[in-house]
Ligand binder design. Structure first.
Ligand code: C5P
Length: 240
């Protein structure tokens, strides 16, 4: 299915309301892995909104925009043709920019490093929030990011704040990189995670916060399965 179908105006009354699950949390806490598994278990779609900020950052770098030029970044966000398509897993929604896949490009280190600058521009955030609201308005979606429950969907059916200590997040990331045969230094990874936390929590526009009414799950000592089960338990008994 092309997610454009959901993004198009539709007669909402004809659709059975399915849940909108909003999940926030710091970098490297496993929101995507958890969110995708929850969505899969429920037959929902999963959206990682960080990818949208990264996609815009990649496009800005490609156009050699001055990343200090906030109005130019906001204009670029509005000018891009954004498409959202469901991937082969039947769960994951990915952004396509002007018809191009960005999945690999947004993993670039330069993109990651610059994305917090781009994400701090209020005009950019307003534009992406509009898209995110369109993607989630009919429910049946798990959406993760930094401001989903505080700003994008403050009325979400379920709000999750997923947390873990910086040391544990750094351990997981180190393990992951080493498993891929890449060199990984725990101390520098931990320092990078702490710096991302400061940026995400300290910025003016929609900083990372625990939303009112959010269920806080500290995954420091929990397995992936335990985290997913805790979330699914919160939903048990609700109409899907
Ligand atoms: O999650 P990820 O690290 O891929 O996010 C990329 C960038 O987008 C980060 O700088 C993050 O702070 C920002 N972001 C955001 N709001 C969201 C999702 C991500 O500001 N809802």
């Amino acid at each position: 299915m092309n997610f454009d179908d959901l993004a198009r105006p539709c007669i909402r009354a004809e659709r059975k309301k399915r849940l909108l699950i909003a999940m926030d949390g710091p970098a490297g806490v496993g929101k995507s892995t958890v969110g995708r598994l929850v969505a899969k278990a429920l037959g929902y779609r999963f959206i990682n909104t960080g990818e949208m900020y990264r996609a815009l950052t990649w496009r800005a770098l490609e156009e050699r925009l001055d990343l200090g030029d906030a109005p130019a970044l906001s204009r670029l966000a509005r000018r891009i043709r954004w498409d959202f398509r469901t991937m082969a897993d039947g769960v994951t929604i990915r952004a396509f920019v002007d018809g191009r896949s960005v999945a690999r490009r947004i993993q670039d280190e330069r993109v990651g490093k610059n994305s917090s600058t781009v994400a701090s521009v209020p005009g950019v955030r307003r534009c992406l929030r509009r898209l995110q609201r369109r993607l989630g308005r009919d429910g049946g979606v798990v959406m993760e990011g930094r401001d989903i429950a505080t700003n994008v969907f403050p009325d979400a059916d379920l709000k999750i704040y997923l947390d873990a200590s910086a040391a544990e997040r750094a351990r997981r990331r180190t393990r992951q990189l080493r498993a891929q045969g890449k060199g990984a230094d725990f101390d520098s990874i931990r320092a990078a995670i702490l710096s991302r936390d400061r940026q995400d929590k300290g910025r003016k526009a929609n900083p990372l916060r625990r939303a009112k009414g959010a269920v806080v799950i500290d995954s420091t000592r929990l397995s992936l399965r335990e985290v997913v089960d805790r979330i699914l338990k919160r939903i048990a008994g609700r109409p899907l």
